[in-house]
Design a protein around this ligand. Structure first.
Ligand SMILES: Cc1ncc(COP(=O)(O)O)c(C=O)c1O
Length: 340
């Protein structure tokens, strides 16, 4: 089976399993797990920030960031296709009590002027408006086809947000995919963001874990919300060791995933019945528009040893990752060719 469902499905390689087993651990809730501390220090340094917090998932990392940076009754500004809005169970509303101003960006990316227009303030509205207090970016943008923001756009959105007394959270579940494609350093990319969420269990290939990164003060507050959300883990140094291994070994190789996604996208785009917006295929995702219904396409491909997900009525998504090689891509191209 060529499993192109998600980059979350990777299994730890033998070397990663070895460091997981050998990790020195403590009790991270009590603050004395040295491997977790080492992972947090490493990512904070890579992103040019003061501190980081290891959490079980990207969803929790986003939720903790939102809860830390907003008050109930505030409003967050988010692209309509953002993971925070589409795929996190409405946690922004249930856990943080915030409303959401949705922006119709392109390829999951908002423009600075859209962000400016979407920020509403209670002050001056005779209390009619909520308080827009947080702008959330996503880079790369999952439902935006894996496309990357231009650095100038990130910088300008941050400037507009801060001028309007809003914080900026970067959902960087796949930030390192964007780093590899753009050549912008991770610290430069998020220079003006207040918090950043990084996922270790996607393209980087660790089994579990995300990191929330920001100032020391923000991360101290986030620590309390992590506890309340039930995200404090004990001997999590075993998981952190996998994260350190991933940061040391699995960043540069993301370029291979990007090449494979583009090869698949280019070939499928030439087939009857399918089309791909090749402009969006910048990293490890390939969203394929289908003339047939997406569920039919998923079933037909499964019969030819290819697994992927439908994302709406006529769209399927293929994702490349550590456990997909060139042969898998050929299997996928052959399967699309047979069913086209
Ligand atoms: C952009 C983005 N943010 C956050 C998440 C959430 O991560 P997790 O599945 O670890 O909760 C995902 C998961 O796919 C994602 O694609």
């Amino acid at each position: 089976m060529a499993d192109l469902r998600s980059d979350t499905i990777t299994r730890p390689c033998a070397a990663m399993r070895e460091v997981i087993g050998a990790a020195e651990v403590g009790d991270d809730v009590l603050g004395d797990d040295p491997t977790v501390q080492a992972l947090e220090a490493r990512i904070a340094e890579m992103l040019g920030k003061e501190a980081a917090l290891f959490v079980p998932s990207g969803t929790m990392s986003n939720a903790v960031a939102l809860r830390t940076l907003t008050q109930p009754g505030d409003e967050i500004i988010v692209d309509r296709n953002a993971h925070i809005y589409v795929y996190e169970g409405g946690g922004y509303a249930a856990l943080c009590g915030v409303s959401i101003a949705l922006v119709d960006g392109i390829s999951g990316q908002m423009t600075p002027s859209q962000v400016k227009a979407a920020i509403r303030k209670s002050e001056g509205s005779m209390s009619h408006y909520p308080n827009g207090s947080l702008v959330c970016l996503e880079n790369t943008c999952n439902r935006g086809g894996g496309a990357c923001y231009d650095q100038a756009v990130i910088d300008e959105i941050c400037r507009i947000a801060h001028d309007a007394d809003c914080k900026v959270h970067m959902d960087g579940a796949r930030l390192f995919n964007a780093v590899v494609v753009t050549g912008v350093s991770p610290a430069r990319m998020v220079r003006d963001c207040d918090t950043i969420s990084i996922c270790l269990s996607k393209g980087l290939g660790a089994p579990v874990g995300s990191l929330l990164v920001g100032t020391g003060e923000t991360i101290t507050q986030a620590h309390r919300w992590r506890k309340m959300f039930g995200g404090g883990m004990r001997q999590s140094g075993h998981l952190a060791a996998a994260g350190i291994y991933a940061l040391e070994n699995n960043i540069e190789r993301l370029a291979e995933d990007h090449e494979r996604a583009l090869r698949l996208a280019t070939e499928v785009n030439q087939l009857g019945g399918f089309s791909v917006n090749l402009d969006e295929v910048q990293t490890n995702m390939c969203y394929i528009q289908c003339e047939a219904t997406a569920t039919e396409v998923v079933a037909a491909l499964a019969a030819h040893d290819v697994q992927l997900f439908d994302t709406d009525a006529n769209t399927v998504r293929a994702v490349t990752h550590l456990d997909v090689d060139d042969a898998d891509i050929e299997v996928a191209i052959a399967a699309f060719t047979v069913i086209s």
